[in-house]
Design a protein around this ligand. Structure first.
Ligand code: ADP
Ligand code: MG
Length: 590
């Protein structure tokens, strides 16, 4: 292990203790490298954290960043470092930064940058890349890969920087691209010669600049605001649908004002839970079907009519009309005609609508809200019954009955959640009361975001995090539990072990003695993995023990791992989205 106190002296005049760079050493403090300029340019625009995994050609870069006061959070896999950077971007509104090595490290990280782009999370992946000439001539070089062109179709913007003098411009452009308009993932390719290039210190410092207004307000047209309010005021059964765009835009104050002034019920998408409390009297969280089937005007606030909302078809009222508050004009009409688009940033759009609200009188059916409230109450009571039995061996429901009590008693804990049944059931069971406190598989419904997102959430906010993970989901990122331990983060990981993908009852076909494709390890002791890295660990088999362990783990503010032993037959194939399988499901139990 190298002593990074040595690297901290780099800016004061010595070369960091790193043997990775064969280029001639600069003469500090008169001369600096491209890596130094990169660190300074990031710091200059307010980047305080970098997630990544070092190796040729970026090891020294990470040391120099640390020397500049940028926290470097080193991972075991670039994909998880990228998930952390993306989550950092989501919870702070400032781009999270990922640092990767060339070729495979770049590709591993790109998975997360692409996922960030799909989810509109602001992040910047900075990757070292090999010398250009042999790549362009396909001559075969160390980790040679045309990274820029591979990244381009996967990200919001991609740039390559070949000269150290261009680094500050490249960093500012990447920053603007990540956070302006619809946020997303940006790729910045920095070649090895550029990283190693020597520049006079004074020249380098003079290159730095502050971007003016990097996230400009996008004001909606006054006509669009009037059109939307006109439509909403005439509605008999209006509803508001809140998406994670609202959480990310940090407009919970305005959403609350708008909902409470109009008295319109709202339904939150998964990661929008907590923008307004799930227990708010106007929450229609439990009556999604009623909203879809009966609402005559639905106002989308930072939500897309994508597959998660049946693309506006299916159960949706065919006569219903949509108002959409959205920053990206291309999103409008993408699945269903939008009767009243309000294109602008959510803060500007909601402010404009609230300002004009006194000019409109709502015309809601007097039975609409009481009907939703009565139905919600009945559904919630029924749901409580599902969580009440302390079934042993545990099902997802009996385990979540325990988790619900503890997490709702600790509302400031950030909940990270992935899996199939573990995702669907946790989302349904655990009410959120604060914005940006639920982070999950999101728009792509991917697996493998857990440990990275937990680290990003804890590092970016300083808050405690609980990750509720299916055993299969945990497998994608489990090794990065060690990152939680190395950085001593207040993160508790709960592995819901039902021994398989969906569940552990897959039956091997007669033709093979191999395990079934869905079968994992029902008897695995995931808690022992935590022991290997010095975490506080628990193995629980009953809801009462789980409740006790989770309470203690959160209070400890230490890295904790709880193996939550479920029954192998708990959970169904594909959770709530089995209908997406290409053919009717084979009953794998027979
Ligand atoms: P959900 O899955 O919760 O429905 P989506 O990610 O599908 O959320 O939709 C979020 C939408 O919010 C995206 O279309 C995105 O362009 C939009 N958005 C993000 N930030 C802003 C903002 N500041 N102002 C307006 N719209 C935004
Ligand atoms: Mg499982």
């Amino acid at each position: 292990m190298q002593d990074n106190t040595k690297s901290n002296t780099a800016v004061q005049g010595q070369k960091p203790a790193c043997n990775c760079n064969a280029a001639p050493a600069p003469h500090f403090p008169e001369q600096v490298t491209g890596m130094y300029i990169l660190a300074r340019a990031l710091k200059n625009i307010g980047i305080d954290t970098m997630y990544g995994l070092v190796g040729i050609p970026v090891t020294e870069m990470a040391y120099i960043a640390q020397g500049q006061g940028i926290r470097f959070v080193g991972f075991r896999h670039e994909q998880q470092a990228g998930m952390a950077a993306a989550t950092h971007g989501y919870v702070t509104g400032k781009p999270g930064v990922l640092l990767t090595v060339s070729s495979l490290g770049f590709l591993n990280g790109l998975t997360a940058t692409a996922n960030a782009t799909v989810n509109c999370y602001p992040m910047i992946q900075i990757s070292g890349s090999s010398v250009r000439e042999p790549i362009d001539l396909d001559q075969g070089t160390y980790e040679g890969l045309d990274q820029l062109n591979i990244a381009k179709p996967m990200v919001k913007a991609a740039y390559r920087v070949n000269k150290a003098e261009d680094i500050p411009t490249a960093v500012v452009r990447a920053y603007r691209a990540a956070i302006s308009g619809r946020p997303g993932g940006v790729y910045l390719d920095v070649t090895t010669p550029c990283l190693a290039q020597i520049v006079d210190h004074d020249v380098a410092e003079a290159l730095l600049f502050q971007p003016v207004d990097p996230q400009p307000a996008m004001i909606p047209s006054p006509d669009s605001v009037e059109r939307a309010l006109q439509m909403l005021s005439q509605a008999r059964k209006p509803a508001i649908l809140i998406g994670k765009g609202a959480a990310q835009a940090r407009v919970e104050d305005l959403v609350k004002e708008f909902v409470e002034k109009t008295g319109i019920p709202f339904y939150p998408m998964s990661m929008a839970k907590g923008v307004l409390p799930d227990k708010h009297p106007l929450s229609a969280l439990s009556v999604r079907s009623t909203i879809m089937e009966d609402a005559d005007v639905v106002m989308l606030i930072g939500a897309r009519l994508n597959w998660l909302l049946s693309r506006g078809h299916g159960k949706w009222n065919r006569e219903g009309k949509f108002i959409q508050l959205e920053i990206d004009p291309k999103e409008i009409d993408c699945n269903r005609p939008i009767a009243a688009p309000v294109v602008g940033d959510l803060r500007s759009s909601l402010e404009a609508m609230i300002a004009k609200l006194p000019g409109y009188k709502m015309n809601m059916d007097s039975q609409w809200v009481p009907g939703i409230q009565a139905e919600s109450q009945a559904k919630n009571a029924k749901f409580e019954e599902r969580l009440a039995p302390k079934t042993v061996p545990m099902t997802h429901w009996s385990a979540l009955g325990a988790a619900k009590k503890v997490i709702e008693a600790n509302p400031d804990v950030i909940l990270v959640n992935e899996g199939a049944n573990t995702l669907d059931d946790t989302r349904d069971a655990i009410d959120m009361s604060l914005p940006r406190h639920r982070i999950d598989c999101a728009t792509w419904a991917i697996m493998g975001m857990g440990m990275g997102s937990a680290v990003g959430a804890a590092v970016a906010t300083g808050k405690s995090v609980v990750a509720i993970e299916g055993d299969s989901a945990f497998g994608f990122s489990g090794m990065d539990f060690s990152t939680i331990c190395r950085f001593n983060l207040p993160v508790t990981v709960c592995v819901f072990n039902n021994g398989g993908i969906y569940n552990g009852i897959g039956v091997p076909l007669d033709k093979t003695s191999d395990p079934a494709p869905t079968t994992l390890d029902i008897h695995a002791r995931y808690d022992k993995l935590g022991d290997a890295f010095g975490a506080q660990t628990y193995y629980v088999t009953t809801p009462d023990d789980f409740e006790k362990a989770l309470t203690e783990a959160i209070a400890s503010k230490k890295p904790c791992l709880i193996d939550v032993q479920l029954a192998a037959d708990a959970g169904k194939e594909s959770g709530h989205i089995g209908y997406l399988n290409p053919t009717p499901l084979i009953d794998i139990t027979v």
